[in-house]
Every structure is written in C-alpha cells, then in structure tokens.
Ligand binder design. Structure first.
Ligand SMILES: NC(=O)c1ccc[n+]([C@@H]2O[C@H](COP(=O)([O-])OP(=O)(O)OC[C@H]3O[C@@H](n4cnc5c(N)ncnc54)[C@H](OP(=O)(O)O)[C@@H]3O)[C@@H](O)[C@H]2O)c1
Length: 373
C-alpha cells in the first residue's frame, strides 16, 4: 500500500478548490492540495476553518503531463479545478491515465465534455477508471432532477432550465467566454443538433411570479450525458443567471464576439476573449451566502402518455460543487464507480445518493415532483 495521500485537489488555490478541500476535511479524506504556486495554495488552505484537523499536504506542481504524472503517482483520485478545461484539461487527464487515477473536474463546458468522452473514454474504461468531467452544481444538480423524472418510465424528452444567483469567479468568467468560441448542441431524436447561439428564451421560473431570460449557455453537459441513454431521445437545456440585466449584457457580448472576435485568427480570438473576461472579473467573489446565492434546476420530462416535472431549489452553487467533488473522491476510495470510463456524476454514483449528500449538508431542498401518466 502506498502511504501517499489518495486524493489530489489540483487548483486548490482557487475558489472552488478551497471548497473541495473543506468538504474533504469534513469527510475525513486525506488529500494533497496542489497548484502552480505553493505559497498561494498554502495561503488559501490556511484560511479553512478547522484545517488543523485535516490530514493534508501542500504541493507545488508545474502544469505539464510529466510533472503532474510524478505528482499523481501513488494517488487514486484527482479532483481537477484548473479551467477553462478545454485549455488546461488534457495534461491532467493524460497524467491520470498514466498513473491509474480516477479523474473528475468541475467543467460546465460542453465542448470539453464531448472531447474528453471521444479522446479518452475507452482508455479509461479499459482500466476501470472513471473519467467524469462536470461533477459540479452546473450541471449535476439538474441531472439529478432529470433522473428523478425518469424514474417514471415512458418519458423520452427533457426540457431543462438551470438558473443561479451570484458572481462567477475569475476562472468561471474565463470559462464562460471560452465557451463562446465553441459550437453548442442539443439532442433531438438521438442526434446532436447545433444551437443558434443568438437564441433567447423567456422562461417561467418555478417558485416565483416573474419570468426570466435564459440562453443556451453553451449547450450544457446534459445532451452529452443523455446521448447514449436509451430512455432519452431529446434533451434541450437553457439557463444562466437570474439577474435580467446580466443576461442582457451576456446577449450583447455574444453579439460583439460574433461580429468582432470570431473573424480574428484563432490565437487572437483566445487572447481577446481572455482579456474581456479578466476585465469583467479579476478578483475573488465573496464567500457564498445562502440567502443570496440560490440555484434552481427545473426539468420537464415528457413522453407520448406521460409527464413529470421536478424542481430542485438550492443554495450556494460553488459549495454544492465542492461537496460533489469531495463526495465523488470519498466514494471512489471505497468502491468502483457504477460505470467506468466516461460517465456523468449520476451515472457513476447514483442520483438518489448525490441528492442525499446535497440534502445532508443543507444545500438543496427536497425536490418538488409532479407526475401524470
Ligand atoms: N460547473 C460548475 O458548476 C462550476 C462550479 C465551480 C467551478 N467551475 C469551474 O471550475 C473552474 C475553476 O473555478 P474556480 O471557481 O475555482 O476559479 P478560480 O478561483 O479562478 O481558480 C482557478 C484555479 O486554477 C488555477 N490555474 C489557472 N490557470 C492555471 C494554469 N495555467 N496552470 C495551473 N493552474 C492554473 C489557479 O491557480 P492560481 O491561484 O495559481 O492562479 C486556481 O487554483 C472554472 O473553469 C469554473 O468554470 C464550474
């Protein structure tokens, strides 16, 4: 047996990485908090209340397959928080594969989910390892709601709404802008169909009288997760933040990107998008407050002779993400995933189990479910 701590939190100096460390501490899982700057990681970890009771170490690592492979050797699970993942993910996945570690990350990038599945899904499956990009509030909580609807057989179409209230972090903002370069897809009769990126939808928001403005938000991960699920033929998702003024700004930015940035050569596009993202969010947002930072995941599932609607009201999106990552690692240390290779959080750990975990830490309410068949 290796005496190495079994879980590596990569990107532990970030907003979400810190939360993963917090929940690993609460689950009594020993971990390595890793990042490109040891002092920055140490400073963040030092602020975790009760950190003196955790079994952990802080390690500096360069972002290369070679250095990450050396770090991961002897560990069993890597929880990756270094995004945008389409940009920084491949080195981490390669190092996991080389060292036999399960891989999870917090992505909300549909292109990265698709890329990871296509490039490494079979290799991870061959080794009995989990490759799970997107173990995170966006979009695991909605996936839980979808799976609760699908407990009623005979429903084949998912209409999903994902909304949250809060401030994105630096890397989240970079990610939101990176997604603008990609193609976005929804699932229509088992085929991925490209979104018209300028489409907006006025949505009814369960639990309030006011409507909201929602966007395809990069297509989200659900169409990819449900693509090979025989229960589901069609899956379309819209989302964003509750605040209408923010959404109107996003619409205006998307238009500007389409007209001014997409005609640029690829390297210049990336630089221009990163600069705009940095001007929108350069610092660390405040710690979440459950009275302010709420989440809403609503799923209408329909079939020829049935309907189900499941709503999950929650709070503290980043905390939900930290907990889901920590629980995934905790579970993988004790038993193999339910599905090896490319798998969503619900496919790997079970939607009812994940709901129970979020409920037990006070981050979501009991789902509201209505069914008619
Ligand atoms: N889907 C969801 O619900 C959800 C929820 C939370 C987060 N996320 C995603 O998770 C990612 C991280 O979010 P966050 O909130 O933790 O952001 P953050 O606070 O900005 O942290 C980003 C982390 O990545 C590290 N990093 C950035 N560039 C790097 C590089 N070139 N090499 C090595 N490390 C690098 C940073 O290290 P330094 O401190 O050294 O800069 C930091 O540790 C984002 O992509 C975000 O979209 C998704």
């Amino acid at each position: 047996m290796s005496d190495k701590r079994p879980v590596v939190v990569y990107g532990a100096s970030g907003y979400t990485g810190r939360l993963v460390c917090e929940y690993l501490r609460e689950l009594n899982v020993p971990f390595i908090a890793a990042g490109r700057d040891k002092a920055r990681v140490q400073a963040v970890v030092d602020k975790i209340p009760g950190i003196e009771t955790a079994d952990y170490e802080v390690v500096e690592v360069e972002h290369s397959v070679e250095a990450l492979t050396k770090l991961f050797k002897g560990a069993r699970v890597v929880s990756n928080m270094v995004g945008p993942f389409i940009k920084y993910g491949p080195e981490v996945v390669e190092a996991c594969l080389a060292t036999g570690c399960h891989y999870t990350d917090t992505t909300g990038e549909q292109d990265w989910v698709l890329d990871a599945k296509t490039r490494w899904g079979k290799a991870f499956a061959g080794k009995g390892l989990l490759l799970s990009p997107g173990v995170a509030q966006m979009y695991t909580t909605g996936e839980i709601a979808a799976n609760i609807c699908l407990e009623t057989p005979g429903l084949d179409t998912l209409d999903i709404l994902v909304l949250w209230k809060g401030f994105p972090t630096y890397a989240s903002t970079q990610t939101i802008f990176t997604i603008l370069k990609a193609k976005w897809f929804y699932l229509e009769q088992n085929k991925l169909v490209e979104w018209n990126q300028s489409e907006t939808t006025e949505v009814n928001v369960p639990g309030q009288h006011a409507t909201a403005l929602a966007l395809p938000w990069g297509g989200t991960s659900h169409p990819i997760w449900f693509q090979d699920d025989p229960r589901v033929a069609s899956c379309k998702v819209v989302g964003g933040v509750f605040a209408r003024e923010v959404m109107l700004n996003v619409v205006a930015t998307q238009k500007m990107v389409e007209e001014k940035i997409k005609p640029l050569p690829p390297e210049q596009q990336e630089k221009a998008l990163a600069e705009i993202a940095a001007s929108v969010q350069a610092g660390m947002p405040p710690r979440e407050n459950p009275r302010i930072n709420t989440s809403l995941d609503s799923v209408h599932a329909t079939g020829p002779l049935g309907r189900a609607h499941c709503v999950i009201h929650g709070n503290s999106n980043y905390k939900q993400t930290g907990l889901l990552q920590a629980y995934a690692a905790y579970s993988l240390l004790q038993q193999p995933p339910r599905k090896a290779g490319f798998a969503s959080a619900c496919q790997a750990f079970g939607h009812r189990e994940l709901l129970g975990v979020l409920r037990s830490f006070g981050l979501v309410l009991t789902p509201v479910l209505t069914v008619s068949t």
